[in-house]
Design a protein around this ligand. Structure first.
Ligand code: SF4
Ligand code: FE
Length: 484
């Protein structure tokens, strides 16, 4: 297993093409806007080295028999699924942001089981190929971007009906040695920080869309791949000399548009090629795992936000006020409800035909549906407790100014036992998590990541067993002679 330092050095060896602010970034590893997101991923490597976290952060591979980072693991039991959630909560607590490596883990597990079932029907060799690919990933302890979301163009139209065929990733040529693909994946978490891009289709498909039913892996610096970095609210604060105004200088998340321009993929890295009838299965399984994931990572980040709000209350001198205590209780209640969902859909998981474990789909979708709401309420309560100063306070430079620094310190003093700068620091952290760079991962991603709310409602509608529930009610009501 790599250390965080080795991981960062391994990124330097890649020739990944990255654009930010309209310019090619030659050294993305040391770019001040990108680096915090790399630090978050590096922590997934460092914590796996610590004896204290070994149980949660590592697992024994079913493929190599070796101990590997859990982010590269194919889940072998419901205990593995529960450990995944606990690991994500822990990392959310340590980074206060998105640590990105989960999308790869979720893609591994969804492709592992789906390829097995494609082979069963079509006598293809995708599963064996994928196992070999996983062996490579596990032996090299790679970070992989599990990429699903296409730009989608006109949402009324299916992939093959789009005016521009590239709005969904598709096969443009099939050759003896492999395939050529073109298109793009949008909002790709951790794409720039990944060694590999592992592509999946984005929606269920019909026969006319079969060129879009494609799954494959390419190195991030493969010929024809380019990435455009997504900007985040307040991101240029990271370019300032002072650090306090960032709120969290050390860690962050990252999203990018990943473009494929006639990229060649050898057959040994192709895991679905036109089997359109399995596209829906792969999407539902990946989405299920990622909806489970949010019952871990968002809870960990929520822990930090609750802690920040409680600290802000203390620094303001109001920690004893009953309404503050009650708001903190409400925040904990909401946060732990999300955790309950993450644990429940994991504990109720089941074995797939391929032998790995899949979460309970209905419960994972309920989990994510709650995530589209509760972090907003937790953020609202954090802002309520913090007070308006979190968005009106002067910059760190003002506090350091020889002319006005003493004025800032005097008028922004809270409880006199607390250093004014510490009070400012905690408010900036709350700003970062609710409105700044980390808000991408904690707020808006809670809404749209792993599928927008309506996507979960469709599954909940499909799996909610309303007909069965009607029978229960009718029986008790004595309708249709069903009563005893
Ligand atoms: Fe992992 Fe959460 Fe980031 Fe998704 S949003 S990659 S689950 S930390
Ligand atoms: Fe996500």
């Amino acid at each position: 297993m790599m250390t965080g330092k080795e991981y960062i050095e391994s990124l330097r060896k890649l020739k990944t093409v990255v654009y930010l602010f309209g310019e090619r970034v030659e050294n993305f590893v040391d770019h001040p806007i990108i680096r915090p997101s790399i630090n978050s991923v590096a922590l997934t490597y460092d914590m796996a080295q610590e004896p204290e976290y070994r149980e949660l952060m590592t697992a024994v591979s079913n493929i190599t028999g070796e101990r590997i980072n859990r982010f590269c693991h194919i889940h072998q039991s419901t205990d593995d699924l529960v450990s995944k959630i606990k690991m994500q909560r822990l990392l959310g607590q340590k980074t206060g942001s998105c640590f990105q490596r989960c999308v790869g883990m979720d893609a591994f597990n969804a492709i592992y089981s789906t390829t097995y079932e494609i082979d069963e029907k079509y006598h293809t060799q995708y599963h064996e190929r994928f196992r070999k690919y996983m062996e490579y990933v596990q032996k090299n302890d790679l970070t992989v971007d599990g990429a699903m979301t296409d730009p989608k163009g006109n949402r009324k139209l299916s992939p093959s009906e789009q005016k521009d065929p590239d709005l969904y990733v598709h096969i443009v040529e099939k050759r003896e040695d492999g395939i050529i693909v073109t298109g793009a994946k949008a909002h790709q978490t951790g794409a720039v920080n990944s060694h590999e891009q592992l592509i999946m289709p984005t929606t269920a498909m019909k026969e006319k869309d079969k060129a879009y039913a494609v799954s494959f892996a390419v190195p991030s610096d493969a010929e024809g791949v380019l990435m455009i970095y997504g900007r985040q609210s307040c991101d240029t604060r990271k370019l300032e000399e002072t650090t306090m105004d960032c709120g969290n200088c050390m860690y962050g998340g990252q999203e990018a548009l990943v473009v494929f321009d006639r990229v060649f993929v050898p057959w040994e890295r192709v895991f679905m090629c036109e089997e359109y009838d399995f596209s829906g299965m792969l999407v539902e399984r990946f989405a299920g795992y990622h909806r489970q994931s949010y019952g871990g990572c968002k809870v960990g980040v929520g822990d930090v936000l609750i802690g920040a709000a409680a600290t802000a209350a203390e620094y303001n001198g109001v920690e004893g006020a009953s309404h503050i205590k009650d708001k903190l209780i409400e925040m904990v209640h909401l946060n732990e409800t999300l955790y309950c969902c993450g644990i429940a859909c994991s504990a109720q998981g089941r074995e797939t035909k391929a032998g790995n474990y899949q979460i309970d789909t209905l419960l994972a979708n309920v989990c994510k549906q709650n995530v589209t709401r509760f972090p907003y309420e937790i953020s609202r309560l954090a802002e309520d407790i913090a007070g308006g100063l979190m968005v009106t306070m002067p910059s760190e430079k003002d506090f350091h100014s020889p002319e006005i620094g003493h004025i800032c310190r005097k008028y922004f003093q809270g409880d006199e036992r607390v250093d004014t700068m510490d009070r400012m620091r905690i408010l900036r952290l709350i700003e970062n998590m609710t409105l700044g760079t980390a808000a991408v991962g904690y707020r808006t991603e809670s809404m749209h990541g792993a599928g927008s709310p309506q996507a979960q409602r469709i599954i909940i509608g499909r799996q909610g067993k309303i007909a069965e529930k009607k029978e229960l009610a009718k029986k008790l009501a004595g309708i249709n002679g069903q009563s005893d």
